[in-house]
Design a protein around this ligand. Sequence first.
Ligand code: FE2
Length: 267
Amino acid sequence: MRFALISDIHANLPALEAVLADLDARPDVDAVYHLGDLVGYAPWPDEVVALLRGRGIAGVAGNYDSTTATDYKHCGCKYEDPRQEELSHLSYGWTRAHMSAGTKHFLGTLPFSIDLRPLGGHLAGPKLVLVHGNPVLNTVYWTEDRPDRFCLQMAESAGVKAGDVIAFGHTHRPWTRTIEGIHFVNTGSVGRPKDGDWRAGYVLLDLGEGEPSVAIVRVEYDVERAARAILESELPDEFADYLRTGGKPPAGVSGPAVRPARPVPRP
Ligand SMILES: [Fe+2]
């Protein structure tokens, strides 16, 4: 069974539309799930939620979803300096003020995790667990430099065993690793990549009989449409350059001249 896993859309409608168009051109994709953080940082929270709901794409609650839905005091995001913290609070306030009551209610209904059995629940086949941050908290960053010990602890708390896959997002940087037969997949971000590549990112996962395979996919989208909409809104202007550069400072980064990569199977 071929899954498409899309995470951290963050109210970026052009990025989501491009990813869905890419998926529409792949008739071999059986199911699409999102891994949370539907809103925040860009000006289309209601439109992104409506598009996902209209397409019947289910998923889990990101920190941005659960904090806005519950009127928490901040978004649960990590700040690396005081300016980032200030920008984060501005985004959070803007998002709470501009999303509809219906969107807020919907975000509050998202489950913390989803447990999928592509061969059927009664068989001893592989399991796919979807969470946003990790199986314990959706605010904790599961970065690539986490030691194997941390990954195995997370797998245990999710009930994930050899042959299974646990997928997550939250860091906005894609990576995969296999430890003791357990496959760990960070899907990266559709709408706010932080790895220096401005293109929307998602993951294709084949899981069922045989070894799972994971492909990290990047898709060009109309980043200038997103940047313009940010500049025309009351969101901080810095968010426009953040999208254009894939989360890097403007100097010496990959800009829109980067060519799209096709999926490459990874172990
Ligand atoms: Fe996020």
